[in-house]
Design a protein around this ligand. Structure first.
Ligand code: PLP
Length: 473
């Protein structure tokens, strides 16, 4: 592409993005497409000769955008809402332009040092102590896997790094503990690392869906007595289903006594700790060996950007450092080569967008947005609590509200079916996108507030749609 052409198309694209981010509600939040529709509307083989970028952009507007679920839409309240932002998009564009591969310090000093610096900024924002080194990964799922791989290196006598786990009758059983409500990425990490799903002990929760620390204590003791190695605990700050907060201080105490690795999954909830009045959600996390928080969830940074903090970077490095000759460099002590801290050799310059976002909003700007989301969620909880046709099913510790519609005289099973239909009806309007969960077996609706465009009025409207659907079904 010639520079003048790039300039022309670039201006068109920037204008398109500016209009889009100004007014994402010009499209329905959920697209009116069926599986296969988009694929069928496009050529099934690649073009032999290059096409005009005008034609490509036209197809983007005409076909791609209408087949997109608009996470930027203010009525996107499913899962955990996220946000693209002007600063984040500009950072992403420049990352693509520089296109560095930050595997070694030398292959991009700026990418390596900005990653360490920006995550140190975020660490300060979260109120975590400076013993934590932060690095950026693609997702919390990968980062949790890395943390558990590092935990394994607490036991070098097992020689798993060298000899693996297969065909080794000399290895004791190794257990990892998390609550019944912990994210499925913990299961996946154990599947991938070769521990197997049976190495996961899901600990029961209390009446607020928080890990029962005394049940954890008992499980660890049992396993220890049976000759197994209790390896690690994954505590969650803000569970995916109901945003429950495990009692990290009590869990940390057990981990310290038992010499277990403590990993905290604060993928969603951790962001709240940038508010002084919410900092308590990370109580005890200064005693963790690792913690994950996702700026690509609630910190207005485009996908993907997940921060992994560890106070044991030596063990993370022992788990993953493996240097072939062609990558051997001697930069001297204290120089970080990011390839040593995970599976990926090639690494994107992900810090740039996060650095842009933090500088553009400032800490206060980010705090104002997060505080507003929490305020709206509390308001929503009040509306639900004072409405006889609605039942709230979980505490509102962050910006996510879990509830259901109710009809007198329905059995538990009928109520579940009723709410399945309510959700289908609400999402069929394509005016709002909500998702569901189960709370102690009961089918529940979730409203997750986290997009930068979402206002109190949008949330009010979402609740009205639920009530309408509840009356009609
Ligand atoms: C979203 C979430 C994850 C998974 O995050 P990815 O970055 O998509 O892998 C893990 N744990 C919790 C608690 C989450 O909310």
């Amino acid at each position: 592409m010639q520079p003048n052409e790039f300039r022309r198309h670039g201006h068109v694209v920037v204008d398109w993005i500016a209009d889009y981010l100004e007014n994402p509600e010009q499209w329905p939040v959920l697209p009116a497409v069926r599986p296969g529709d988009l694929r069928d509307s496009l050529p099934q083989s690649p073009p032999l000769r290059g096409e005009s970028m005008d034609a490509v952009l036209e197809d983007f507007r005409r076909l791609i955008v209408p087949a997109t679920t608009h996470w930027n839409h203010p009525a996107f309240m499913a899962y955990f809402a996220n946000s693209s932002t002007g600063a984040g998009v500009l950072g992403e564009a420049l990352t693509a332009a520089l296109n560095v591969n930050a595997m070694l310090w030398r292959t991009s000093p700026a990418a390596t040092e900005l990653e360490l610096l920006t995550l140190d900024w975020l660490r300060q924002m979260l109120g975590l102590p400076d013993k934590f080194l932060g690095i950026i990964g693609d997702t919390a799922s990968s980062n949790t896997l890395y943390a558990l791989a590092a935990a394994r290196e607490m036991h070098p006598q097992l020689r798993i790094r060298q000899d693996g786990m297969a065909g080794r009758p000399d290895l004791p059983k190794v257990f990892v503990y998390c609550s019944e409500e912990a994210h499925s990425s913990v299961d996946k990490a154990l599947m991938t690392l070769g521990f197997g799903l049976s190495a996961l002990r899901r600990i029961p929760t209390d009446d607020r869906l928080r890990m029962d620390a005394s049940a954890l204590d008992a499980a660890v003791e049992n396993d220890r007595r049976a000759g197994a190695i209790p390896l690690a605990v994954v505590a969650t700050v803000g569970t995916t289903s109901t945003t429950a907060i495990d009692p990290v201080p009590a869990i940390a105490k057990i981990c310290e006594r038992e010499k277990m690795w403590l990993h905290v999954d604060a993928s969603y909830g951790g962001t709240a700790a940038i508010l002084p009045e919410m900092r308590h959600v990370l109580d005890g996390c200064d005693r963790a060996d690792s913690l994950v928080v996702n700026p690509h969830k609630w910190l207005f940074t485009p996908m993907d950007c997940s921060a992994l903090y560890t106070s044991r970077p030596d063990l993370l490095k022992r788990a993953f450092q493996h240097v072939p000759e062609f990558l051997a460099v001697s930069e001297g002590e204290g120089v970080v080569n990011l390839m040593d801290y995970g599976i990926a050799l090639g690494r994107r310059f992900r810090a740039l967008k996060l650095w842009f976002v933090i500088r553009d909003f400032g800490v206060e700007g980010l705090q104002t947005l997060v505080r507003e989301h929490i305020r709206i969620a509390k308001k929503l909880a009040q509306w639900i609590d004072t409405d006889p046709t609605l039942d709230r099913l979980a505490e509102v510790d962050f910006s996510t509200v879990v509830f259901r519609h109710r009809r007198p005289g329905m059995t538990a099973n009928e109520l579940d079916q009723h709410n399945v239909r309510v959700l289908e009806k609400v999402n069929a309007t394509r005016e709002v996108y909500l998702s569901h969960t189960r709370v102690r077996g009961s089918y529940a609706l979730r409203i997750a507030i986290g997009n930068i465009h979402t206002t109190e009025a949008d949330v009010r409207r979402a609740l009205e749609l639920v009530k309408e659907a509840g009356t009609l079904t």
